[in-house]
Design a protein. Structure first.
Length: 306
């Protein structure tokens, strides 16, 4: 509760001062929820809110829009702050179920950027860890699929799948035509698989240890279309199993994020910004996470050798 409250207040107070006139990622979903509440197609309506920084329509499925409907009744600034606070609060609650050391992960590049831009990755990652939130994986399908692949057992995988199916059924009852509009919007998406980026294919090496849930999670993140930003890499933090590993991922990724943000991006398009930041993301988050997975695989192999 403390983390969520602090995050929400910081967004509410600092956003107008630091990013006046800018949009958070959640803003498009809140505006889409308002369109749906007025009986309009939120995907068609979203073209009205595009601009030079983001010239693409709404990229989230109907379950995300329905989940945000209560926040759409509030001023945009308040809804944005509540979403960030709720996401980071639930993520903190999920990470600290069994120990306090995962709090270190809150100081990582992915968590910081997710809070700064108002992203879904904290609450979706929390949804993979908390039974009552399983349905949230339907709100950001690319990360949802990756987190599902990283399930530790079939019981957890079944629970997450049932939650997603329930969310999809409800969304089809409320807005039956959304899949068609959503797929049309996705056809304009700038996102692509990480394996198509320089050296991104290296992440598939994790599959040598495919029995490890973290290996499957990392391979899933490499294969699904995503923005190749620190916030979309947040699930990779779950590869940390010990305090030292969490400190390593947090420190490296935070340094990588801060260095990438220090680069001049004022004249760059969104794809150019992502391309500029990709080397920092790869070197300070994904490759260290891969190293942890491979180290565990090698240790297990040595222990099981005759």
């Amino acid at each position: 509760m403390a983390v969520g409250l602090a995050a929400g207040i910081l967004v509410l107070v600092l956003w107008p001062r630091l990013w006046a006139g800018g949009n958070a990622d959640i803003d498009a979903v809140i505006l889409g929820a308002r369109s749906l509440a007025m009986g309009r197609d939120p995907y068609a309506d979203s073209w009205r809110h595009t601009g030079p920084g983001w010239p693409w329509p709404l990229q989230y499925p109907a379950p995300a829009i329905l989940a945000i409907l209560p926040l759409s009744l509030l001023p945009l600034e308040v809804g944005r702050a509540l979403f960030v606070g709720l996401g980071l609060g639930l993520l903190t609650f999920a990470l600290t179920r069994d120990a306090w050391w995962p709090l270190v992960l809150l100081a990582s590049g992915p968590v910081v950027e997710a809070g700064v831009v108002g992203q879904w990755s904290p609450i979706v990652t929390a949804g993979s860890l908390l039974p009552a939130l399983a349905w949230v994986l339907a709100c950001k399908p690319n990360l949802g699929v990756s987190l599902w692949l990283g399930c530790p057992d079939w019981r957890t995988a079944r629970r997450l799948a049932l939650g997603v199916v329930a969310a999809l059924v409800v969304s089809l009852v409320v807005f039956p035509a959304w899949p068609t509009s959503y797929l049309e919007a996705l056809s304009h998406s700038p996102h692509e698989s990480l394996i198509l980026r320089p050296l991104g294919w290296l992440l598939l090496v994790a599959l040598v240890g495919w029995r490890d849930p973290s290996a499957r999670l990392l391979a899933g993140l490499a294969l699904v279309p995503q923005s190749a930003t620190f916030y979309d890499g947040l699930p990779a933090l779950l590869t940390a199993r010990r305090r030292g590993e969490a400190i390593l991922l947090s420190v490296l990724s935070l340094v990588g994020y801060l260095v990438s943000m220090s680069r001049d991006r004022s004249m760059l398009s969104y794809p150019a910004i992502v391309a500029q930041g990709w080397p920092y993301l790869l070197v300070t988050l994904y490759l260290p996470a891969l190293a942890l997975v491979l180290a565990r695989w090698w240790a297990h192999r040595k222990d099981s050798a005759p």
